[in-house]
Design a protein around this ligand. Sequence first.
Ligand code: C2E
Ligand code: MG
Ligand code: MG
Ligand code: MG
Length: 291
Amino acid sequence: AKRTGGNRASFYNEIERNSWSRDRIRLEAELKNALLRDEIAIVFQPKVNCETTQVVGAEVLARWNHPERGMIAPGGFIDVAEESGLINRLGDRVLELACQQGRIWLDEGMRMPLAVNVSIRQLEKPGFDRRVLDILEHTGFPADQLQLEVTETVAMADPDRVAAVTKPLLDAGITFAIDDFGTGYSSLAILQRLPFNTFKIDRSFVWGIGEDQHSDSIVQTILAMAESLNYEVVAEGVETEEQRDFLRNNGCSTAQGFLFARPMPAAHFDAWLERHASWQPGGAAFQKPYF
Ligand code: C2E
Ligand code: MG
Ligand code: MG
Ligand code: MG
């Protein structure tokens, strides 16, 4: 009986594996098409000053506007993009869209520094620095208003390599943030050799504020470390006023999260900014969920 069960299980596993890889292959083909058909879009999530709630910039997040399945979040395609190598074209497109919009805002008289996510696959690809500088040049977006966010684990893998790739970009005035800080394996010795000037505190710690002692302490430790290393800090995933108050009281300068706004397409972002300008603490800070 045991044997039969085992066989049956492996039979179904086999089916599952095949349909999984079929899905995977289809997704990869669709993503390739998506790039050709211009189905990649971006949304913007404001970053605000914890003290004043003034908007200090925005993070750019990729979306896939799928013809049948609607708007797909990065969780549904970034992995496939990274594994297939499509991340390079996808990343270039996201950066280009971001810089184009940033330039439009500048032309309208609004300075909006933008933070764009990049994966290590992009950083490792020869010519990345050149392509970033080309995109800045042809869109006319200023380098010193661009930040690139790199997830911690990845950034720590080979600091010398990361440092070499990022050098021309740093020289141009681009800054670098460590994304999801605290979730990877950071060694302070390595950290010190990397070109980052910003920590983004991972939302798992922010969500633990007031809920568990460890999160409170971890957040305080990151803030103290940032202070003494002279790093900037952005807390991500801020959803409650309690979290915001704790962050502010512990010296966190910048926050980002659903408490302030969800990621929005450029037109919604414009409308949100207008409302936000007259926003009073305790007032109608919550936005209609977009996606
Ligand atoms: P991330 O860079 O850490 O981005 C923050 C994620 O948290 C976003 O999810 C955002 O929508 C979400 N978020 C922000 N505030 C809150 C909040 O208060 N509550 C909750 N529950 N969530 C919040 P999203 O857009 O699904 O992106 C997920 C991840 O995908 C990003 O994490 C980033 O690592 C990756 N990603 C997004 N766009 C790109 C891209 O253009 N290139 C690359 N390589 N990765 C990207
Ligand atoms: Mg990010
Ligand atoms: Mg991330
Ligand atoms: Mg993050």
